[in-house]
Ligand binder design. Structure first.
Ligand SMILES: CC(C)(COP(=O)(O)OP(=O)(O)OC[C@H]1O[C@@H](n2cnc3c(N)ncnc32)[C@H](O)[C@@H]1OP(=O)(O)O)[C@@H](O)C(=O)NCCC(=O)NCCS
Length: 219
Protein backbone atom coordinates (compact mmCIF):
# COMPACT_ATOMS: atom_id res chain seq x y z
CA UNK A 1 0.00 0.00 0.00
CA UNK A 2 1.17 3.51 -0.80
CA UNK A 3 1.18 6.05 1.97
CA UNK A 4 -0.58 8.85 0.06
CA UNK A 5 0.34 11.59 2.52
CA UNK A 6 4.02 10.65 2.42
CA UNK A 7 4.01 10.44 -1.36
CA UNK A 8 2.32 13.83 -1.60
CA UNK A 9 4.95 15.52 0.52
CA UNK A 10 7.74 13.84 -1.44
CA UNK A 11 6.21 15.03 -4.73
CA UNK A 12 5.82 18.50 -3.38
CA UNK A 13 9.47 18.72 -2.40
CA UNK A 14 10.44 17.91 -5.98
CA UNK A 15 7.95 20.42 -7.31
CA UNK A 16 8.99 23.48 -5.35
CA UNK A 17 8.31 25.79 -8.28
CA UNK A 18 4.58 25.36 -7.79
CA UNK A 19 4.05 24.45 -4.19
CA UNK A 20 5.22 25.47 -0.76
CA UNK A 21 5.48 22.30 1.39
CA UNK A 22 4.22 24.10 4.51
CA UNK A 23 0.86 24.58 2.72
CA UNK A 24 0.36 20.92 1.96
CA UNK A 25 -1.85 19.00 4.30
CA UNK A 26 -3.77 16.66 2.02
CA UNK A 27 -3.71 15.48 -1.56
CA UNK A 28 -6.83 17.58 -2.29
CA UNK A 29 -5.21 20.66 -0.82
CA UNK A 30 -2.10 19.96 -2.90
CA UNK A 31 -4.13 19.76 -6.13
CA UNK A 32 -6.18 22.87 -5.32
CA UNK A 33 -3.01 24.90 -4.88
CA UNK A 34 -1.74 23.54 -8.18
CA UNK A 35 -4.95 24.57 -10.02
CA UNK A 36 -4.81 28.06 -8.54
CA UNK A 37 -1.22 28.43 -9.77
CA UNK A 38 -2.02 27.06 -13.26
CA UNK A 39 -2.54 29.33 -16.22
CA UNK A 40 -6.10 29.20 -17.48
CA UNK A 41 -6.47 29.35 -21.23
CA UNK A 42 -9.19 28.79 -23.82
CA UNK A 43 -8.79 26.89 -27.08
CA UNK A 44 -11.31 26.30 -29.84
CA UNK A 45 -13.56 23.25 -29.37
CA UNK A 46 -12.16 20.12 -31.04
CA UNK A 47 -13.29 16.65 -32.08
CA UNK A 48 -11.60 15.00 -29.08
CA UNK A 49 -13.68 17.09 -26.62
CA UNK A 50 -16.75 14.82 -26.81
CA UNK A 51 -15.98 13.00 -23.54
CA UNK A 52 -15.56 16.38 -21.81
CA UNK A 53 -18.97 17.49 -23.09
CA UNK A 54 -20.52 14.20 -21.93
CA UNK A 55 -19.36 14.95 -18.40
CA UNK A 56 -20.46 18.59 -18.55
CA UNK A 57 -23.91 18.10 -20.11
CA UNK A 58 -24.80 14.51 -19.18
CA UNK A 59 -24.58 14.86 -15.42
CA UNK A 60 -27.58 15.84 -13.24
CA UNK A 61 -25.48 17.90 -10.79
CA UNK A 62 -23.67 19.78 -13.56
CA UNK A 63 -26.93 20.63 -15.33
CA UNK A 64 -29.01 21.47 -12.24
CA UNK A 65 -29.26 25.11 -13.42
CA UNK A 66 -29.36 24.26 -17.13
CA UNK A 67 -32.60 22.31 -17.39
CA UNK A 68 -31.22 18.85 -16.51
CA UNK A 69 -28.94 16.33 -18.23
CA UNK A 70 -29.03 15.91 -22.00
CA UNK A 71 -29.38 12.55 -23.77
CA UNK A 72 -26.31 11.05 -25.50
CA UNK A 73 -27.85 11.88 -28.85
CA UNK A 74 -28.39 15.53 -27.91
CA UNK A 75 -24.84 15.78 -26.59
CA UNK A 76 -23.44 14.36 -29.85
CA UNK A 77 -25.45 16.92 -31.83
CA UNK A 78 -24.25 19.71 -29.57
CA UNK A 79 -20.66 18.49 -29.95
CA UNK A 80 -20.97 18.42 -33.78
CA UNK A 81 -22.31 21.99 -33.69
CA UNK A 82 -19.45 23.17 -31.46
CA UNK A 83 -16.89 21.56 -33.82
CA UNK A 84 -18.56 23.15 -36.84
CA UNK A 85 -18.73 26.57 -35.19
CA UNK A 86 -15.11 26.29 -34.23
CA UNK A 87 -14.18 25.72 -37.90
CA UNK A 88 -16.41 28.53 -39.20
CA UNK A 89 -15.42 30.96 -36.43
CA UNK A 90 -19.08 31.94 -35.95
CA UNK A 91 -20.40 31.57 -32.37
CA UNK A 92 -17.09 30.19 -31.06
CA UNK A 93 -17.03 27.55 -28.31
CA UNK A 94 -13.89 26.81 -26.35
CA UNK A 95 -12.50 24.17 -24.06
CA UNK A 96 -11.14 25.73 -20.86
CA UNK A 97 -7.64 24.35 -20.35
CA UNK A 98 -5.08 24.44 -17.57
CA UNK A 99 -1.44 24.91 -18.45
CA UNK A 100 1.08 23.44 -18.19
CA UNK A 101 -0.39 20.07 -19.15
CA UNK A 102 -3.16 21.31 -21.44
CA UNK A 103 -5.78 19.70 -19.20
CA UNK A 104 -9.33 20.33 -20.47
CA UNK A 105 -11.53 21.17 -17.47
CA UNK A 106 -14.59 22.90 -18.89
CA UNK A 107 -16.31 24.83 -21.64
CA UNK A 108 -17.07 28.44 -22.40
CA UNK A 109 -18.21 30.33 -25.48
CA UNK A 110 -20.15 33.21 -26.92
CA UNK A 111 -22.84 33.20 -29.55
CA UNK A 112 -25.18 35.60 -31.30
CA UNK A 113 -28.59 36.29 -29.81
CA UNK A 114 -31.47 38.62 -30.55
CA UNK A 115 -32.36 40.42 -27.34
CA UNK A 116 -34.92 43.18 -27.00
CA UNK A 117 -34.63 44.09 -30.68
CA UNK A 118 -30.82 44.12 -30.72
CA UNK A 119 -28.13 41.67 -31.82
CA UNK A 120 -25.93 40.85 -28.83
CA UNK A 121 -23.49 38.18 -27.68
CA UNK A 122 -24.53 35.65 -25.06
CA UNK A 123 -21.98 33.72 -23.01
CA UNK A 124 -22.11 30.64 -20.76
CA UNK A 125 -19.63 28.39 -18.91
CA UNK A 126 -19.21 25.02 -17.20
CA UNK A 127 -16.30 23.65 -15.16
CA UNK A 128 -15.90 20.00 -14.10
CA UNK A 129 -16.79 19.47 -10.41
CA UNK A 130 -13.30 18.49 -9.25
CA UNK A 131 -11.85 21.75 -10.61
CA UNK A 132 -14.55 24.12 -9.31
CA UNK A 133 -13.87 26.78 -6.71
CA UNK A 134 -10.40 27.62 -8.04
CA UNK A 135 -11.25 30.83 -9.94
CA UNK A 136 -11.05 28.94 -13.25
CA UNK A 137 -14.45 30.02 -14.67
CA UNK A 138 -13.77 33.63 -13.65
CA UNK A 139 -10.43 33.64 -15.44
CA UNK A 140 -11.89 31.95 -18.53
CA UNK A 141 -14.67 34.57 -18.59
CA UNK A 142 -12.10 37.36 -18.57
CA UNK A 143 -10.47 35.74 -21.64
CA UNK A 144 -13.79 35.52 -23.47
CA UNK A 145 -14.58 39.15 -22.65
CA UNK A 146 -11.19 40.17 -24.02
CA UNK A 147 -11.73 38.13 -27.19
CA UNK A 148 -15.26 39.43 -27.85
CA UNK A 149 -14.03 42.96 -27.18
CA UNK A 150 -11.25 42.59 -29.77
CA UNK A 151 -13.70 41.13 -32.29
CA UNK A 152 -15.70 44.38 -32.01
CA UNK A 153 -18.82 42.95 -33.65
CA UNK A 154 -21.48 43.61 -30.99
CA UNK A 155 -21.50 46.09 -28.17
CA UNK A 156 -23.08 43.98 -25.44
CA UNK A 157 -22.18 40.59 -24.00
CA UNK A 158 -25.04 39.07 -21.96
CA UNK A 159 -25.20 36.20 -19.50
CA UNK A 160 -28.43 34.71 -18.14
CA UNK A 161 -27.62 32.55 -15.12
CA UNK A 162 -30.51 31.05 -13.21
CA UNK A 163 -31.38 33.30 -10.24
CA UNK A 164 -30.32 30.55 -7.79
CA UNK A 165 -26.97 29.80 -9.46
CA UNK A 166 -24.82 31.64 -6.91
CA UNK A 167 -21.48 30.79 -8.54
CA UNK A 168 -22.51 31.97 -12.02
CA UNK A 169 -24.00 35.19 -10.69
CA UNK A 170 -20.77 35.79 -8.75
CA UNK A 171 -18.77 35.34 -11.98
CA UNK A 172 -20.88 38.00 -13.75
CA UNK A 173 -20.49 40.40 -10.85
CA UNK A 174 -16.72 39.91 -10.66
CA UNK A 175 -16.25 40.29 -14.42
CA UNK A 176 -17.93 43.72 -14.44
CA UNK A 177 -21.31 42.73 -15.89
CA UNK A 178 -24.25 44.95 -14.89
CA UNK A 179 -27.43 43.42 -13.51
CA UNK A 180 -30.37 44.32 -15.79
CA UNK A 181 -33.30 42.40 -14.33
CA UNK A 182 -35.02 39.04 -13.93
CA UNK A 183 -36.59 37.18 -16.87
CA UNK A 184 -38.29 33.83 -17.39
CA UNK A 185 -36.96 31.65 -20.21
CA UNK A 186 -38.31 28.40 -21.55
CA UNK A 187 -35.21 26.18 -21.64
CA UNK A 188 -35.19 23.44 -22.66
CA UNK A 189 -38.71 23.44 -24.18
CA UNK A 190 -41.27 22.78 -21.44
CA UNK A 191 -39.02 23.98 -18.60
CA UNK A 192 -39.38 27.55 -17.30
CA UNK A 193 -36.21 28.97 -15.76
CA UNK A 194 -36.05 32.21 -13.82
CA UNK A 195 -32.81 33.95 -14.84
CA UNK A 196 -30.90 37.12 -14.13
CA UNK A 197 -29.96 39.19 -17.16
CA UNK A 198 -26.44 40.61 -16.88
CA UNK A 199 -24.71 42.62 -19.56
CA UNK A 200 -21.26 43.98 -20.16
CA UNK A 201 -20.48 46.89 -22.48
CA UNK A 202 -17.59 45.68 -24.64
CA UNK A 203 -17.09 49.15 -26.11
CA UNK A 204 -16.65 50.84 -22.72
CA UNK A 205 -13.10 51.80 -21.85
CA UNK A 206 -13.26 50.49 -18.30
CA UNK A 207 -15.41 47.77 -16.74
CA UNK A 208 -18.32 49.32 -14.86
CA UNK A 209 -17.96 49.63 -11.09
CA UNK A 210 -20.16 47.34 -8.99
CA UNK A 211 -23.49 49.01 -8.27
CA UNK A 212 -25.96 48.41 -5.44
CA UNK A 213 -28.13 46.40 -7.86
CA UNK A 214 -25.16 44.23 -8.77
CA UNK A 215 -24.37 43.32 -5.21
CA UNK A 216 -27.96 42.11 -4.61
CA UNK A 217 -28.50 40.05 -7.77
CA UNK A 218 -28.33 36.31 -7.51
CA UNK A 219 -27.61 36.20 -3.78
C1 LIG B 1 -20.75 27.99 -12.40
C2 LIG B 1 -19.38 27.33 -12.50
C3 LIG B 1 -18.91 27.36 -13.95
C4 LIG B 1 -18.38 28.06 -11.60
O1 LIG B 1 -17.07 27.55 -11.89
P1 LIG B 1 -15.83 27.82 -10.89
O2 LIG B 1 -14.58 27.61 -11.68
O3 LIG B 1 -16.03 27.03 -9.68
O4 LIG B 1 -16.02 29.36 -10.57
P2 LIG B 1 -14.95 30.29 -9.82
O5 LIG B 1 -14.04 29.46 -8.99
O6 LIG B 1 -14.36 31.19 -10.84
O7 LIG B 1 -15.88 31.05 -8.80
C5 LIG B 1 -16.61 32.16 -9.16
C6 LIG B 1 -17.24 32.78 -7.95
O8 LIG B 1 -18.33 31.96 -7.55
C7 LIG B 1 -18.22 31.67 -6.17
N1 LIG B 1 -18.73 30.33 -5.98
C8 LIG B 1 -18.22 29.19 -6.48
N2 LIG B 1 -19.02 28.15 -6.12
C9 LIG B 1 -20.02 28.68 -5.39
C10 LIG B 1 -21.18 28.16 -4.74
N3 LIG B 1 -21.45 26.85 -4.79
N4 LIG B 1 -21.98 29.00 -4.06
C11 LIG B 1 -21.71 30.32 -4.01
N5 LIG B 1 -20.66 30.90 -4.63
C12 LIG B 1 -19.84 30.08 -5.29
C13 LIG B 1 -16.76 31.75 -5.87
O9 LIG B 1 -16.55 31.99 -4.50
C14 LIG B 1 -16.31 32.88 -6.76
O10 LIG B 1 -16.59 34.14 -6.18
P3 LIG B 1 -15.45 34.91 -5.35
O11 LIG B 1 -14.24 34.96 -6.22
O12 LIG B 1 -16.09 36.23 -5.12
O13 LIG B 1 -15.20 34.11 -4.13
C15 LIG B 1 -19.46 25.84 -12.02
O14 LIG B 1 -20.02 25.83 -10.74
C16 LIG B 1 -20.29 24.96 -12.94
O15 LIG B 1 -19.78 24.46 -13.94
N6 LIG B 1 -21.58 24.77 -12.61
C17 LIG B 1 -22.41 23.89 -13.42
C18 LIG B 1 -22.72 24.47 -14.81
C19 LIG B 1 -23.44 25.80 -14.70
O16 LIG B 1 -24.33 25.99 -13.88
N7 LIG B 1 -23.05 26.73 -15.58
C20 LIG B 1 -23.61 28.06 -15.58
C21 LIG B 1 -24.38 28.37 -16.79
S1 LIG B 1 -24.83 30.12 -16.78
Amino acid sequence: MYDLEAWTVETVNIDELYLQPQNITTWKNCMEIRYKKSNVNIRLWADYDLSLLERLMGDPAMTEHLGGPESSEKIRKRHARYCQDSISGKDPMFAVVLEPGNIAVGSIGYWEKEWQGQSVWETGWSILPEFQGNDIASRATALVVERARKEGKYRFLHAYPSTDNAASNAICRKAGFIFQGVFDFEYPPGNIMRCNDWDLDLFAEKPAAASANNSKAGQ
